[in-house]
Design a protein around this ligand. Structure first.
Ligand code: PGA
Length: 251
């Protein structure tokens, strides 16, 4: 019922040439894939080139961030409409690195989310606890606050296109993955929160991705969990063969 989504977050890696070489290698590898959605979120300057290189293939392109105004005197910012016009279909919002280094708050996540929907982008809203928060037993509280703040003002009718990515901060780029059971526990609970916010029908349509050191060796067991609908992959999405292995998860 929920089509799996495997999303690559390239963060601030690769030159334009390297992005082009990746597409040349990757697109033929995945041209037969129809039963799962494939997304790459490159640095914003490569969106147009990659969207062209992936045209006619199952590979979709997303941004890593979006500004909350549609246009105006906001030097250095990029709107949802601009991203869409360059070939993006999705955008990440509220990645933990943006929360950690760039002052992202649940309020700005919410503004970006509303702008993404207005501009026709599918938002992937990232949530997750730090190690200190997990050890203090605050995981559910933290994620609950992030969800309620980030999703404020959203109605059931628009909720089902929104994607949530649960990424425990302690698992990002560290090689430490949550066990499939740990991830499933939080995912199931996120769906309960979404059910409370939007009703059971919308919540059952919403995809919840897991992120944090996902690799070819860990993806199958994660995807076997009933509330894990895909993955947000950082490091392992930079290499065509390893990203292909992940999106060809069994199950
Ligand atoms: P990682 O990154 O797979 O390298 O841990 C995941 C992410 O930050 O989205």
């Amino acid at each position: 019922m929920r089509k799996p989504l495997i999303a690559g977050n390239w963060k601030m890696f690769k030159s334009l040439d390297e992005a082009g070489s990746f597409a040349e290698d990757f697109v033929p590898r995945v041209s037969d894939v129809t039963d799962r959605d494939i997304l790459i979120c490159p640095p914003v300057v490569y969106i147009q080139a990659l969207a062209q290189a992936c045209e006619g293939s199952p590979v979709m392109i997303g941004a890593q961030n979006v500004f909350w105004e549609d246009q105006g005197a906001y030097t250095g910012e990029i709107s949802a409409g601009m991203l869409k016009s360059c070939g993006a279909d999705y955008t990440l919002i509220g990645h933990s690195e943006r929360r950690q280094y760039f002052g992202e708050t649940d309020e700005t996540v919410n503004k970006r989310l509303l702008a993404a929907l207005r501009g026709g982008l599918i938002p992937i809203v990232c949530v997750g606890e730090t190690l200190e928060e997990r050890e203090a037993g605050k995981t559910f509280d933290v994620v609950d606050t992030q969800l309620r703040g980030g999703l404020a003002g959203i109605g059931a009718a628009e909720a089902d296109t929104i994607v949530i990515a649960y990424e425990p901060v302690w698992a990002i780029g560290t090689g430490k993955t949550a066990t499939p059971q740990m991830a499933q526990e939080v995912h199931a609970w996120i769906r309960t929160v979404l059910t409370g916010l939007f009703g059971a029908a919308a919540a059952s349509e919403m995809r919840i991705l897991y992120g944090g050191s996902v690799k070819g060796e860990t993806i199958d067991a994660l995807m076997a969990q009933s509330d894990i609908d895909g993955a947000l992959v950082g490091g392992a999405s930079l290499d065509a063969a390893s990203f292909e292995r992940i999106l060809r998860f069994k199950g």
